[in-house]
Design a protein around this ligand. Structure first.
Ligand code: CUA
Length: 381
């Protein structure tokens, strides 16, 4: 049978798996393992092992399925009111735009200057007309105010029993912290449960934006802001930063393989399973795997490459164990101490040619996690 997918050539140096025709080989997959495989005919491919929740975050976002030209289909219980307001305002604006522009064009033609035509006298006053153009707009404005205010109050008042998730934003990643301490750069939430976000920023203004939830809220340094929604349909949805926050604003929350951070709404029971599986996983990882995971989950990848090229910050590869130049002209050996210090006080021994934009990770990485980062950087040499 011909292959149903196009196989791209892998690197011949990869850890390939060769199985003779008619034979069976048993393979055990680690989390996040990628196995290059090839057939005897010379075709190559990769088998990737992922956690079940990582398969969910790698699914295509559902924002573009359903919905219309203006908006994706809402999956927030309270979004219908704000959608209705949006369509009402859009409809009213269109109606009056067409009416007024039409009248202007009509009058321009009807009363244009022509030879042999005298201007008609215009009345100075018309009670019926003036009452009409005052009363009707007043009714419209009161209607807009009442429903707008009503919807606003509901949007800013979360129910008392909500799943609470802490959100920390920085250049350029998200960190969502759940009740049991699990941290992730994708947002996982349960279906049919109100979710409340308590958000703050490490550096500059960001904005949490989940289009299908109709939730957009600024995130402000040294201050908490809130957002809440009630997801009604399990799925994988778009999540983005909606406030220009510097060079990589449009890449905020991007992963090693180029995927964007997403919002995953879990089926009943799966959110709890995610919390416990994820907690168990981070306890059991070896340091290099832990470092590699953190490199992505903490957003190091927004500024540091692992292929030797410079981005906003220096690359993670090649330099370990060597003397590296500093901004003040001196040199320092890039070792465990240098990495640890740079994670906690990024500007203490800054390298020349890079902007001083790295935030401190003091208190946000446990010792074990810093050791993981060090182990990962060492593994790249
Ligand atoms: Cu964060 Cu834009």
């Amino acid at each position: 049978m011909p292959p149903t997918v196009d196989l791209a050539p892998d690197k011949p140096t990869g850890a390939g798996l060769e199985v003779a025709a008619g034979h069976t080989r048993c393979v055990r997959f680690n989390a996040d393992g990628v196995f290059l495989v090839h057939s005897r005919s010379g075709q190559h491919a990769a088998i990737t092992a992922r956690q079940w929740y990582d398969i969910l975050v790698n699914k295509e976002v559902e924002d573009l399925k359903g919905g219309n030209f203006w908006m994706p289909k809402a999956v927030n219980l309270t979004a219908d009111d704000s959608d209705l307001m949006y369509y009402a305002v859009l409809g009213l604006s269109l109606f009056f735009f067409v009416g007024i522009a039409g009248a202007v064009v009509y009058f321009c033609i009807r009363y244009r200057h022509r030879p042999g035509h005298k201007p008609e006298p215009s009345p100075a006053h018309n009670d019926a007309l003036e009452i009409t153009w005052t009363v009707i707009p007043t009714i419209i404005c009161v209607f807009l105010f009442y429903y707008g205010w009503n919807t606003y109050v509901r949007v800013v008042t979360p129910p008392t029993k909500a799943v609470e998730i802490n959100v920390l934003a920085w250049r350029w990643n998200w960190q969502f912290t759940h009740s049991n301490g699990v941290q992730d750069s994708d947002l996982h939430v349960p279906v049919n449960t109100p979710v409340r976000l308590v958000m703050t920023s490490k550096d500059v203004l960001h904005s949490f934006y989940a289009p299908v939830m109709r939730v957009k809220q600024d995130i402000i340094p040294r201050r908490y802001t809130y957002a809440w929604f009630f997801p009604t349909k399990p799925g994988t949805y778009r999540l983005t930063c909606a406030e220009y926050c510097g060079t990589n604003h449009s890449q905020m929350g991007i992963t090693n393989d180029g995927r964007r951070a997403v919002l995953v709404v879990h089926k009943p029971g799966d959110y709890e399973r995610y919390l416990s599986d994820k907690a168990a996983l981070s306890l059991n990882m070896n340091p290099v795997d832990l470092g590699r995971t953190l490199y992505e989950k903490k957003g190091c990848n927004a500024c540091h490459t692992v292929d030797g090229s410079a981005r906003v910050g220096p690359t993670f590869s090649h330099d370990f164990g060597t003397m590296v130049p500093l901004s003040d002209g001196s040199q320092v050996k890039m070792d465990e101490n240098y990495i640890r210090e740079s994670v906690i006080y990024p500007q203490a021994k800054a390298r020349p040619g890079y902007p001083p934009s790295m935030p401190s990770f003091e208190g946000q990485l446990k010792d074990k996690e810093i050791e993981g980062i060090i182990a990962y950087i060492k593994s790249l040499q």
